[in-house]
Design a binder for this molecule. Structure first.
Ligand code: BES
Ligand code: ZN
Length: 629
């Protein structure tokens, strides 16, 4: 899906072009530094009525550009005088589906503007769940997912990671629902106060019987993609000094989650020893309903997680380690635009594996690296006709970030940093990392800034490593490295023996957990004899694994190998979970098979399951189906 856009933020695009029109605008971005949100939740209408009070660092005369998508704009007011602020909001009947519609305010010596708006049921940052779609079956639920550019469908903002801002928020909810936010709680839930709502909605709605107000504050500047809340029948359990786990779904789920994540505090300490102080105060975890489209999302102070990470064997630790690692690499230092996304995910993948190494040992870290190495190699195949996307720093002009999401920024980024570590030695690299984080924290930077800092602090590195090839080149550089470990090598060699018809013996897999099986399956040929698939499954019941990584890897292989008897299990899986990591390979395998029957069931399953998926996941599956129609 190629579109004519330069950056993901209209605000940015416009500002960049202004640079060429007149020097008056050069380097002068009027970026909002603070937003105060007032949000009234109407669950029946799947709508939020709200106001956003945006504050600039200084009075400004001229346009202030904001991103919006699927928002209705009711009015724009000067918060001091309540006088209207002129604005233009083209009511384009076919707005850009990715970028949305720019809202341009016309300020005259003003430093603040109050935008009154409503979301719409199709706002892509929000998933509204009916009671039937929740675990309790009794109450509705709503949650946000703003990365990469969905914050604009929640409130008008400058939706680029370059525009950090602090915020406060007041949420008005119906009893007995409660809210959590990736922010600090500013006050205990309370009754609404007449007159406090301002223009966000009528006072009669705000103060209606059975409504309560919750207040939050985020006083560290965050990029808009880290804005997050959830509301529903949510309860919590303490798991550590700075950690509690929150979830909708009752005591049993909370207990299981608390057990699964018992090691959180140990991980935070490992992270602090490696990367410097944990800057965010609390590190809470929110377990979402199964339709959550990611494994985890690093929302500050409260990481969002798929329930599929709770497997009862503490293996969810890897996802938690990853999201925790973002507290340093990503949330403290953020990519300035999505082309530098590897600065977020590559660094975080590296940091995640360092934490895993401390808390779970070198062999587990090597397994994770091995799964990543396989993933990186598979992406080379996926992008063989579009090598641009195998670059660490790709050109993403006109590209929807959700559609091009891949392992490349994660695993090539990891490989790049690991290569530097091997060159300079671990102690030197560790010192470098700490210094890098301390220097750029709370900033949004680009690859060039990183490279400059690298050359300055590790002099001569550019003569030892081909930095240009790593950053600008396509494919996997020759000095990338497959991990070395005895378990890893054993598994890969067992995968290779499968081609000769050998199925691993019971004693060979006796100690295997999910990750070992995942690595084993992913290293098998992409398509094998159906009889071999059946034999493997008869032995080890992989299609029924409680571990979705294992189950999905197996089902993907089964479909690609033409085993129709697994269609039923595939359908059940596609209707149970909405994590895109599972939807993508399963739908892709179904439509790629070429068999009309498989394609038809993909379309039917999607038609039936669509409403249970998050809007982002709906879009991704739609585009997979469209590519093979
Ligand atoms: N920040 C990402 C999730 C994301 C990326 C959301 C891009 C939207 C756009 C998160 O940190 C992540 O990488 N999650 C992984 C976890 C894994 C690498 C352990 C996931 O969801 O699979
Ligand atoms: Zn990540």
């Amino acid at each position: 899906m190629i579109r004519h856009l330069n950056h993901y933020s209209r605000a940015e695009t416009k500002l960049v072009s202004f640079r060429f029109v007149g020097p008056r605008w050069f380097g002068h971005k009027p970026l909002a530094k603070h937003v105060a949100l007032t949000l009234y939740f109407d669950f029946a209408a799947r709508t939020i009525h709200g106001s956003a009070l945006l504050t600039l660092p200084a009075a400004h005369t001229g346009p202030l550009l904001l991103d919006t998508r699927s928002l209705v704009i009711h009015s724009v007011l000067d918060p001091h005088t309540n006088a209207p602020i002129p604005f233009s909001f083209p009511s384009d009947p076919t707005p850009d589906p990715v970028l949305g519609q720019p809202l341009s305010l016309s300020l005259s010596a003003q430093s603040a503007a109050l935008v009154v708006f409503s979301t719409s049921p199709s706002s892509s940052a929000l998933q509204w769940l009916s009671p039937a779609q929740t675990a309790s079956k009794a109450h509705p639920f709503v949650y946000t997912q703003c990365q990469s550019i969905h914050a604009r469908s929640l409130f008008p903002c400058q939706d680029t990671p370059a525009a950090r801002l602090v915020f406060s928020a007041r949420l008005n909810l119906p009893h007995p629902l409660t809210a959590v936010m990736a922010a600090a709680r500013a006050a205990a839930p309370r009754d609404p106060v007449p007159g406090e709502v301002g223009s966000a909605c009528p006072d009669a709605l705000w103060c209606a019987p059975g409504r309560s107000v919750e207040e939050f504050i985020m006083d560290r500047p965050i990029p808009p993609y880290l804005f997050a809340f959830a509301a529903g029948d949510i309860a919590a359990r303490d798991v550590g000094l700075r950690t509690s786990v929150h979830a909708e779904g009752g005591a049993a789920l909370l207990d299981a989650a608390a057990r699964e994540f018992a090691g959180a505090e140990e991980m935070i300490r490992a992270g602090e020893a490696l990367f410097g102080p944990y800057e965010w105060g609390r590190f809470d975890l929110l377990v979402l309903p199964p339709s959550f489209p990611y494994g985890g999302m690093e929302n500050p102070m409260m990481v969002f997680l798929t329930p599929t990470v709770i497997k009862g064997d503490a293996s969810g630790a890897q996802v938690v380690a990853h999201e925790l690692a973002h507290s340093w690499t990503g949330n403290l230092i953020t990519n300035k635009t999505n082309e530098h996304f590897w600065l977020n995910e590559g660094f975080t993948t590296y940091a995640e594996r360092r934490i895993v190494e401390v808390v779970q040992g070198e062999e587990t870290a090597a397994l994770n690296m091995g799964i990543g190495w396989r993933g990186l190699n598979d992406e080379m195949e996926r992008f063989k006709d579009n090598m641009e996307f195998t670059k660490l720093k790709p050109n993403l002009e006109g590209i929807d970030p959700d559609e091009i999401y891949s392992q490349v920024p994660y695993e090539k980024g990891f490989q790049f940093l690991w290569r530097i570590e091997r060159q300079v030695g671990r102690p030197t690299f560790d010192e470098f990392l700490k210094k890098y984080i301390a220097k750029f924290k709370f900033q949004s930077i680009d690859t060039e800034t990183f490279l400059e800092f690298l050359k300055e602090n590790l002099p001569g590195i550019e003569n030892q490593i081909d930095l240009k090839q790593w950053v600008e080149g396509t494919g996997i550089p020759p000095d990338a490295m497959e991990p070395v470990s005895s378990i890893y090598s054993k598994i890969v060699s067992l995968s290779n023996e499968f081609k000769l018809g050998k199925i691993p013996k019971e004693q060979e897999v006796a100690n295997w957990s999910g990750q070992e099986w995942e690595l084993y399956i992913e290293n098998l040929p992409k398509s094998v004899e159906p009889s071999q698939i059946a034999a493997l499954d008869a032995h080890y019941q992989l299609s029924e694994s409680r571990d979705y990584e294992v189950k999905v890897a197996f089902l993907q292989l089964a479909i690609s190998s033409g085993c129709k008897e697994y269609f039923g299990e595939v359908e059940r899986t596609l209707k149970q979970v909405g994590r895109m990591k599972y939807l993508r390979p399963l739908y892709t395998a179904l439509v790629q098979r070429g068999a009309e029957e498989a394609k038809m069931s993909a379309r039917r399953i999607f038609a039936e399951a669509r409403d249970t998926y998050h809007p982002i996941a709906q879009g991704v599956v739609e585009s997979i189906l469209a590519k093979h129609s």
